[in-house]
Design a protein around this ligand. Structure first.
Ligand code: ZN
Ligand code: ZN
Length: 173
């Protein structure tokens, strides 16, 4: 995603608004392999010319990710949204903590791809789940227990299902 700052580049304290949608952003091109975008990234925000060759970007983004459930291995979609604030200048430098305090850009365009993708990757859940109570795959036979039952490992009954099992045994009498 590219923000053109041609109009404000020569005027300190000038502000430009943006409302952009980018369907070309490709996480794999930047080494992110644990998610895909299932919707274009949209960005609403502004760039302020802070003077001294520094430009401040702030705004909000949103998109939808395609992730793989860590329990049942099914793909599912997760909406993500967040705020970004970053300073861009012609020479990048780090602050005392080693964080990038000023991101670099050249010419008349600020390229947001890397910043957006790193923000999105921070928003990823450690253990993505298709739903809170996903039952996952049977460790014995691999059946997706969200959709099917299987006949292995009956000894290990989840306490939540104990009552149900009790019912079943009584029913058989
Ligand atoms: Zn799942
Ligand atoms: Zn099984």
């Amino acid at each position: 995603m590219r923000l053109s700052i041609t109009k404000i580049k020569q005027q300190p304290s000038a502000v430009q608004q943006y409302q952009l949608v980018d369907d070309q952003l490709d996480p794999t091109a930047y080494g992110y392999t644990d998610f895909r975008l299932s919707e274009p990234v949209s960005f609403t925000g502004r760039v302020i010319n802070n003077g001294d060759g520094l430009f401040e970007v702030c705004g909000s983004y949103q998109t939808k990710l395609q992730l793989i459930c860590s329990r049942c291995l099914s793909p599912f979609e997760l909406p993500v949204a967040g705020e970004i604030t970053a300073l861009y200048g012609s020479s990048p430098h780090e602050d005392a903590d080693g964080e990038l305090a000023v991101h670099s850009f050249s010419g008349d365009n600020i390229e947001l791809d890397e910043l957006l993708l790193s923000e999105i990757s921070f928003a990823l859940p450690m253990q993505p789940l298709c739903k809170e109570d996903c039952r996952g795959l049977c460790p014995e036979c691999g059946t997706d227990l969200n959709h099917d039952a299987c006949s292995c490992a009956k000894e290990q009954i989840d306490p939540r299902w104990e009552k149900l099992a009790y019912f079943k045994f009584n029913g058989d009498e």
